[in-house]
Design a protein around this ligand. Structure first.
Ligand code: TYD
Ligand code: MG
Length: 448
């Protein structure tokens, strides 16, 4: 080590600045810069010229190591079919969402495949043991270590010839190479880099837990996203016992894949049929409600779209969208007015996706317009109906990807009638279901 120098790092986005500023110029957050010592390393001249070039792409592609099953089909699905040996996965989420619980359950299951080391920097061994008992895992023999120094953890995992290493959490870890406090950006990066090097040099598959933080004291997992292979986020609606694990980056599988869990007294249980949660079936048909099918990763989800049109008291009618893009809602209402004569002038329009889901796909367009008309006329649509399709500005209904998969999911849940884009009509509709293809908006509205 040759010299050390103070640098200011933004604790929110990780950007470096040569001097202190009130606002980070990269992410725009206030009061997030803090001084950290950066230590420059001397380049080791002996390391050059030793690189091995004897392998080829074809040779490497030949040996395919099987993935490790984590004991939870939902976690496996989000990982892209199990944990890849030697990969580094970051699991981020708010404190208390259930990251440690998920990791402990995975540790117990993975231990059947080889030694697992669970390094806890947050809780004492006693606390982890207590949780294990609550989860009914007291007989699992995954190894446990309460340690916050990455070098020691790497040494312990090496000694154990661990197949999987879990680090809970990366924000509590420190490396001897960096002087700043645990949780600081430079520590976070160095610890992660150290663990990534370890994993890639024939080491274990590593699962890193990272807290998402509002601002300030400890840096968030975002600054690590580019260093790891896979990034998963654990999310939940406030007050809900359901948890959604989402892959935002995955070098070994689809991004945006979701896994759904329920947090129970005895830990996390997987929810294999999530449509059932997001879908609140009304016993009687109600106006303003239409079911659509959304894709999340490789999964089709049935969700309910609701629209309420109500005479406006002010001169500026309101357009409120929850779970849908507000601009898209305005655009859809304009198309419906122009091409189907659906006039919502003088009406406040509220649109909502039930269950706190975000409908980011254009496939929901048709359902939104159908729901708007149903609310305006106060005529309920049959509750065995689903609709999906993208709406163009010329009033045309455009096809969406994975039409058949969507229809199959709907048929599985007992829906009898589907209104879909013409190009999405399958040669053979799913059993018990009538599929109506439409190419223009007025055709779709004419069905009822
Ligand atoms: P935890 O895994 O400690 O969260 P994180 O590591 O993300 O901070 O989970 C904490 C919450 O989960 C806590 O509020 C209690 C609840 N919980 C249950 O409801 N059931 C359980 O079996 C366990 C272990 C925790
Ligand atoms: Mg925890």
């Amino acid at each position: 080590m040759v010299k050390s120098k103070d640098v200011f790092f933004c604790q929110n986005c990780g950007a470096a600045a040569p001097k202190w500023q009130g606002q980070c110029t990269t992410c725009g957050e206030w009061n997030t810069l803090s001084a950290e010592t950066r230590t420059a390393m001397r380049v080791d001249a002996r390391r050059t010229g030793r690189s091995d070039v004897s392998t080829t792409l074809a040779l490497e592609a030949m040996h395919d190591e099987p993935r490790l099953a984590t004991g939870s089909s939902e976690l496996d699905r989000v990982l892209g079919g199990g944990l890849v040996p030697g990969s580094v996965t970051l699991i981020g989420g708010d404190p208390g969402i259930g990251k440690s619980t998920l990791m402990l359950q995975a540790a117990a299951a993975l231990n059947g495949l080889g030694p697992v080391l669970y390094a806890t920097g947050e809780e004492s061994l006693k606390q982890v043991a207590l949780r294990a008992r609550r989860l009914g895992l007291e007989r699992a023999d995954a190894r446990l270590i309460a340690e916050t120094c990455v070098e020691d953890i790497v040494a312990a995992a090496t000694g154990l010839v661990a197949k999987v290493l879990i680090v809970d959490s990366i924000q509590t870890m420190h490396s001897q190479r960096v002087e700043s406090a645990p949780g600081a950006v430079s520590q976070l990066r160095e610890c992660t880099a150290e663990l990534v090097r370890f994993a890639k040099a024939g080491g274990p598959a590593i699962l890193l837990v990272g807290h998402v933080t509002k601002e300030g004291q400890i840096a968030g997992p975002r600054v690590l996203e580019h260093m790891v292979d896979t990034v998963l986020y654990f999310e939940s609606d406030t007050g809900s016992r359901f948890r959604v694990l989402r892959s935002v980056k995955n070098r070994f599988g689809a991004a945006n894949e979701i896994g759904v869990f329920a947090m129970l007294e005895q830990g996390l249980r997987e929810v294999t049929n999530p449509s059932a949660i997001f879908l609140s079936r009304h016993s009687e048909p109600v106006s303003g409600s239409v079911i659509t099918v959304m894709r999340e990763g490789t999964r089709s989800l049935l969700i309910e779209v609701q629209v309420l049109a109500d005479p406006s008291l002010g001169s500026n009618p309101r357009r409120v969208a929850v779970g849908i893009d507000g601009n898209r809602l305005t655009m859809l209402l304009a198309v419906a007015h122009r091409h189907a004569g659906l006039s919502l002038q003088g009406q406040d329009v509220f649109a909502n996706v039930v269950g706190g889901v975000r409908l980011a796909e254009t496939a929901g367009d048709l359902a939104i317009v159908l729901a708007a008309r149903s609310s305006l006329r106060d005529t309920p649509l049959p509750n065995t109906l689903i609709a999906f399709g993208e709406l163009g500005l010329a009033g045309e209904i455009r096809p969406v990807p994975f039409g058949e998969e969507r229809l199959r999911e709907a048929a599985k849940h007992g829906f009898k009638l589907a209104i879909v884009p013409d190009a999405n009509v399958p040669k053979k509709p799913p059993e018990g279901m009538t599929v109506r293809g439409v190419s223009r908006l007025n055709q779709a509205l004419d069905v009822f």
